[in-house]
Ligand binder design. Structure first.
Ligand code: NAP
Length: 269
């Protein structure tokens, strides 16, 4: 039996074991996916240990995605993003790093019938997930604007992806103008989080995508109330995990099974 794992700190609430184990079962693979709390300063030991023990592959989550670049050989995409969320073990001890977050976001949007090419996309946030999403959507032909609490990070990301960078104070103007609004911050994960966007700024004909996946956020409730198309973070979670499976096994991942497993796990919490 092959062992796969997600490393993170904290990692207790990760949905990946439920999602990936459901996928392995549906594919008829003899594999088990586990979660391990790994401190960032022990990441090298943990990755080398997993390779030595013959693990099938790894996912990495907060706060390990950047640190992993010191241990693995990243592909061009992960190197450009400065973050790795998928680790694959190859012949002769080769350890490769990938980042499937941006692709996951693109597939989630496409699955909802949203094409980003030539459209105005506003990404709120400039952290790890925002970097992956802004890069992928820009590569797919979107006109990308980035607004972040720390505007310097928005400007740096805008330069990297060929977009424009702003502060959150510009949201009043940017939100109504955008065809697609992506919340790529962690705001909304907790019930008592403040509102990032005034609800009256959303409009019909717009798509609002919140990558937070642990609860229905106020942002999405407001956007739906304004008649916008809404998309939560679960399809992105599923697609980024699906691509990890395809990297590790070469098999097409059963995304419907994975999405059902994630939604059931969330209902049972
Ligand atoms: P991160 O690197 O820590 O970035 C956090 C981002 O949120 C930064 O832009 C930060 O702004 C902003 N932020 C945090 N608190 C804020 C506040 N009170 N007001 C305004 N902005 C605030 O985290 P990440 O890895 O990008 O993850 C962000 C979120 O995406 C998390 O909720 C995570 O669970 C989710 N996520 C979802 C998926 C999925 O598949 N659906 C995948 C990856 C991540 P500053 O730069 O100013 O600090």
């Amino acid at each position: 039996m092959l062992v796969y794992a997600v490393f993170g700190d904290p990692v207790k609430h990760s949905l990946s074991p439920a999602m990936q184990n459901a996928a392995f079962s549906a594919l008829g693979l003899s594999a088990r996916y586990l979660a391990f709390r790994v401190r960032w300063e022990r990441l090298r030991d943990a990755i080398l240990g997993a390779e030595a023990m013959g693990f099938g592959g790894l996912n990495l989550t907060i706060p390990l995605k950047e640190e992993a670049l010191k241990v693995v050989v990243p592909d061009e995409n992960a190197a450009a993003m400065g973050a790795v969320n998928t680790v694959a073990f190859g012949e002769g001890g080769r350890i490769r790093g990938y980042n499937t977050d941006g692709w996951g976001a693109l597939r989630a949007l496409e699955g909802a019938g949203v094409r980003v090419g030539g459209r105005r996309v506003l990404v709120i946030g400039a952290g790890g997930a925002a970097k992956a999403i802004a890069r992928q959507l820009a590569l797919s032909g979107a006109e990308v604007s980035i607004a972040n609490r720390d505007p310097r990070r928005a400007l740096d990301l805008a330069v990297a992806v060929g977009g424009r960078g702003y502060s959150l104070a510009d949201l009043d103007r940017l939100v109504p103008e955008a065809d697609v609004v992506v919340n790529a911050t962690s705001v909304g994960m907790r019930e008592d989080d403040p509102r990032l966007v005034e609800g009256s700024l959303f409009r019909e004909g717009q798509t609002v995508f919140d990558i937070v996946y642990n609860r229905e956020t106020e942002l999405l409730k407001d956007a739906a109330g304004a008649g916008a198309q809404v998309l939560d973070g679960i399809p992105m979670l599923v697609w980024q995990g699906a691509l990890s499976i395809e990297i590790w096994t070469g098999r097409k991942a059963p995304v419907d099974v994975m999405e059902r497993a994630v939604r059931e796990e969330l209902r049972n919490r």
